[in-house]
Unconditional design. Sequence first.
Length: 232
Amino acid sequence: MLIIANWKCNPVSVSKAKELLKVKEGENNVEVIICPPYLYLPMVVEGIKNRNIKVGAQNCFWENKGAYTGEVSPLMLSNMGCDYVIVGHSERRSYLNEDSKILNKKIKKALSNNLKVIFCVGESQKERNNGETLKVIKKQIDKGLKGVKNENICIAYEPIWAIGSGSSCLVKDAEKVLDFIKEKRDVKVLYGGSINEDNALSYIESKFNGLLIGGASLNPEKFNKIIKQAKD
Ligand code: PGA
């Protein structure tokens, strides 16, 4: 079971970021992964040294180096000590206009630099209301993972309407999407969207292979409660 912290664009200082490192380690079948903003990666890599915690980035570019102002490459991330990278989070798809073509390039470059990819998919409220959930997921996977093998890929199902909303998707509904994804791809499937210390257990006990956690990962006490439930 993967328990992944996605800090998003938080917290606002290194000292506050250090506070968030008071998290339990993974053990047995539980892997704990922290995905901080780029700026805090060196501090996090140093801070978790000799602990059973892995580090991931929240994004990467599709080239390894060159004249690409403002970008951070998969090779840099890998050299920095990252094991994972999140690609295709809905916030990047919507605020940064990242489309499937861009995501596909990023995924391929990340994999070729030995990063494991956490590829996010999910439908909007409108798409859900129109009964288009599986159609949307299919398209995101077919285009985003075009020409990509299953190795080192996890797919995170994150219904956009559930992210940061305080109400997660019902496990039985999310499992329908999981079944659909697993039919297409033999990969780990994670759930993300308003997971907290109270609802995490139902997902830990479900068919999902892990959780991608935003808000609750910014509170070590809450995040540790989730890790503990996964271990027990
Ligand atoms: P949330 O975010 O846990 O705050 O809903 C999850 C995510 O977007 O990865």
